[in-house]
Design a protein around this ligand. Structure first.
Ligand SMILES: *[C@@H]1O[C@H](CO)[C@@H](O)[C@H](O)[C@H]1NC(C)=O
Ligand SMILES: *[C@@H]1O[C@H](CO)[C@@H](O)[C@H](O)[C@H]1NC(C)=O
Ligand SMILES: *[C@@H]1O[C@H](CO)[C@@H](O)[C@H](O)[C@H]1NC(C)=O
Ligand SMILES: *[C@@H]1O[C@H](CO)[C@@H](O)[C@H](O)[C@H]1NC(C)=O
Ligand SMILES: *[C@@H]1O[C@H](CO)[C@@H](O)[C@H](O)[C@H]1NC(C)=O
Length: 765
């Protein structure tokens, strides 16, 4: 005690002498050491300096992550004798919140590298990972395991993430579940989720984080990549079909991106350089999406260092092509200490106000704003940014709340926060994020991880492969354009030979292939008899190179058994001479058992075909849609697949179809068909002749997945060929379940032994 007092006096005296009377180095390094780790100081021992502890991977500094040298010369969070600073092993959140099953081994606490396995009680089905390992970043590998029983609910059991508890056990339409995190964990993501009519939960699965939990670059790039990808690709216009990056400012649908980087703790020029490199990478990635946003780029500490002013875009003083140059040449120079987070939001708000004034209220309505901030959230000047963010929302939402206007104005504003640092102020930062869809809050340790993160974000060629992405909200325009944007995968197929003409609907499953029904073709038809129409801006009619029916499709193979026309394996793939050009209105649909579909369904890790099927066809009654032609556009029909216990009652009506004398409905309707139609419990729409071959699909968070294909029905209730027609008591339709013809799809679409077309990646299992 006596010694330590003497020591601090001595230190103060030394400082006095050194700085000629001014006490500069207020803090001392005494008692700052840590068992098993090291520390760094941001500004030596000067007040305002931060002491940052570092531990080896799999460990974190405890009891504190950082210390700050205060004005009176003492460290914030004084060192304590009885709780010495040390490196503690990383712990993962408690997995024993798992419902309807067993976690092994049962433990009080789980540490890095500990492994757990999950098993459901009998009668329950498993989704998610059955084996998980506690990772050095404080998270479990894989995805939340969920054991659920088919309850006939609209939404699937959303499960309980590790460390969380959930209230709400009903999963019907409009039912709500609420999550909270246990003890010293905090929640990242959606704490409230609501079951929607389409069987989806709003928001994203939340996760429970410790102060020592971080996202890896890969996780961030996947989550941020898919979030930003969706907002960028739905913005693409039909004219963006060319790979060439035409600089074109569309008057409507302007995108404004505001980027702010906190450099207050970046002591070294090198780190500022890394931040610059990361932003350059991000801007390059964004430009590969064929959208040309206006940018505002600022660095900040207690003051603002403006790199690119967004208003210069409106004054045409700056071109998009020169932003990167400006960034590269930008130098911060002498930097002030302190952080003013509110300042950046105030600046962005002012910019928005000026833009609004310039373009006028009506056009401003068409502006979308994306704010991306990189900071640790330690604002020590300027106060909380909350009120400023509220004003930004008001400005963009035009004072309308979400419920008052459709389409909701919420999609016009996204605020992403990359919380970066050794000691992050999550409570202050999390409330700032805003936006629909994907994750908006990320937690990382160091700015240098950013470049790698943005590097990983999928480039344009992969974006083109975002199967099933479409516009969901109400769009106005002529019916053809609207149909193309809502159902960008639909194609019209006509087979004309010897005076016969059959009209069908097809679905684009790859830029070179259209999937439709085999029965649209007759023996003797040749590729030149087939006309495929898709308007991709490069001509409507596509030349057909070949068509390949399923080898097991044999229409007369069951005449002996009392089935005049047997439609099992009623699928054909039409190969086009040239690929179609992908854009927001022409894009393949997702098909079963591909990696892209797993991505669309947000299945993580090594997913299986079975997981996809369980997710898409989980209920005894599954609402599905298919299309019918109306003029040169299409309209949507709804029907309910009767599965499980409902199936038998549905397929029995097959025996009433003309040409069938068999007595067992399973003879004409094999397990390869899905059955829809009838009046109970819902009056379905029936398929008409011209609907044949069309996709039977389901939407999942802005993506469309084809689960079946329209094949045949028991009755022809449609007059003059098409339109929306409702079912009667016994009318039934049968659709080929694509999960049953995956081998065929894979053999052609996944065939790597050719170089005529790019292949789809099919799952191993
Ligand atoms: C130094 O200031 C902090 C707050 O600014 C205070 O909590 C602490 O007690 C002070 N320490 C001494 C030694 O005066
Ligand atoms: C879990 O990890 C801790 C810390 O490394 C270790 O001591 C323990 O044996 C592990 N438990 C199991 C079951 O592997
Ligand atoms: C595409 O661009 C051309 C001229 O550049 C224009 O005439 C046409 O209307 C545009 N089409 C769409 C759908 O925006
Ligand atoms: C663009 O906005 C103007 C003004 O609001 C509107 O008149 C015009 O129809 C819009 N154009 C398109 C293609 O949406
Ligand atoms: C929104 O409301 C605020 C106060 O509630 C008001 O000052 C502002 O002018 C309103 N903005 C618009 C666009 O109506």
């Amino acid at each position: 005690m006596g010694f330590s007092l003497l020591w601090s006096w001595l230190a103060a005296l030394l400082c006095l002498l050194f700085f000629g009377g001014e006490v500069q180095c207020d803090c001392t390094e005494e008692n700052m050491q840590m068992q098993g780790g090291t520390y760094t100081l941001t500004k030596q021992l000067v007040k305002g300096s931060m002491l940052i502890y570092n531990c080896p991977e799999g460990y974190y500094p405890y009891p504190v992550l950082t210390r700050l040298c205060q004005h009176n010369g003492s460290w914030r969070h004084a060192a304590r004798k009885f709780n010495p600073q040390r490196c503690k092993i990383v712990e993962c959140p408690d997995p024993n919140v798992f419902e309807n099953g067993e976690v092994s081994p049962p433990q009080d606490k789980y540490f890095v590298n500990n492994e757990t396995t999950y098993e459901c009680y009998s009668g329950y089905t498993m989704r998610g990972s059955t084996r998980r390992v506690c990772l050095p970043n404080g998270k479990w590998s894989g995805s939340t395991p969920i054991c659920s029983r088919d309850s006939g609910h609209t939404c699937a059991d959303p499960g309980v993430p590790a460390g969380a508890s959930r209230t709400g056990n009903l999963f019907g339409i409009d039912e709500k579940v609420k999550y909270s995190c246990n003890s010293n964990l905090f929640l990242v993501g959606s704490s409230d989720r609501v079951c929607l009519e389409n069987g989806q939960w709003t928001g994203k699965e939340p996760a429970c984080y410790y102060k020592h939990t971080y996202d890896t670059s890969l996780e961030v790039s996947e989550a941020f990549g898919s979030a930003i990808k969706e907002s960028l690709t739905t913005l693409q216009s039909l004219n963006d079909t060319q790979a060439g990056k035409t600089i074109r400012i569309s008057k409507n649908g302007t995108l404004n991106i505001y980027i702010a980087v906190d450099i207050s703790e970046s002591i070294e020029e090198e780190e500022v350089q890394k931040a610059k490199d990361a932003i350059i990478k991000l801007i390059k990635k964004i430009s590969s999406f064929n959208v040309d946003p206006n940018y505002e780029v600022v660095f900040f500490s207690s003051e603002l260092y403006e790199v690119v002013n967004i208003l210069d875009f409106f004054d045409k003083k700056v071109e998009r092509s020169t932003i990167i140059e400006k960034l590269e040449n930008f130098e911060v120079g002498e930097k002030n200490t302190g952080t003013d987070l509110n300042l950046i939001f105030m600046t962005f708000l002012e910019r928005m106000a000026v833009i609004k004034q310039r373009v006028g209220k009506e056009l401003f309505k068409e502006h979308r704003h994306v704010i991306i901030a990189f900071t640790d959230g330690a604002y020590n000047m300027g106060g909380s940014p909350d009120p400023t963010v509220a004003r930004i929302k008001n400005m963009v939402y035009m004072n309308h709340t979400a419920a008052e206007e459709t389409p909701s104005r919420e999609e016009y504003l996204d605020i992403y926060i990359f919380a970066i640092g050794k000691d992050i102020f999550d409570d202050d930062l999390q409330p700032l994020v805003t936006g629909l869809g994907g994750r908006h809050y990320f937690r990382m340790k160091e700015i240098r991880e950013l470049q790698e993160t943005f590097d990983e974000i999928i480039d344009e060629s992969e974006v083109q492969g975002l199967c099933g992405l479409h516009k969901e909200y109400e769009i106005v325009g002529n019916p053809q354009d609207v149909a193309r944007k809502k159902y960008p995968w639909w194609a019209s197929v006509t087979v004309q030979n010897e005076g016969r003409s059959k009209k069908c609907i097809g679905s684009l499953v790859n830029p070179y292939f259209v999937l439709t029904a085999a029965h649209c073709f007759t023996f003797g038809d040749l590729p030149e008899h087939v006309k495929v129409e898709i308007n991709d801006g490069q001509g409507i009619v596509k030349k057909v190179k070949n068509f390949i029916p399923h080898p097991k499709y044999k229409i007369h193979s069951k005449t002996e058994e009392g089935v005049a026309e047997f439609y099992d394996y009623d699928v054909v793939l039409i190969q086009l001479e040239d690929y179609v050009h992908i854009s927001s209105s022409v894009r393949p649909i997702c098909i079963p058992c591909t990696q892209e579909t797993s991505d669309a369904l947000k299945l993580v890790g090594e997913s299986t075909c079975k997981q996809q099927e369980e997710l898409l066809l989980k209920n005894d009654l599954e609402r599905l849609s298919f299309l019918t032609k109306r003029g040169s556009a299409v309209e949507e029909k709804d029907a309910h697949a009767k599965l499980g216990g409902n199936r038998q009652d549905c397929i029995k009506h097959a025996l009433e179809a003309p040409g069938i004398t068999a007595t067992d409905p399973k003879v004409p309707v094999t397990d390869n068909f899905l059955c829809t139609g009838g009046l109970t419990p819902y009056r379905d729409h029936v398929a008409c002749k011209g609907d044949s071959g069309g996709a039977v699909f389901k939407n999942y968070e802005h993506r469309t997945i084809q689960v079946a294909l329209v094949s045949w029905g028991t009755k022809d209730l449609c007059k003059s060929g098409g339109g929306i027609v409702e079912s009667d008591q016994t009318s039934r339709d049968f659709h080929i379940n694509l999960f049953r013809v995956v081998d065929f799809l894979k053999e052609i679409l996944g065939n790597d032994d050719q170089d005529e077309y790019s292949t789809l990646e099919f799952l191993k299992n």
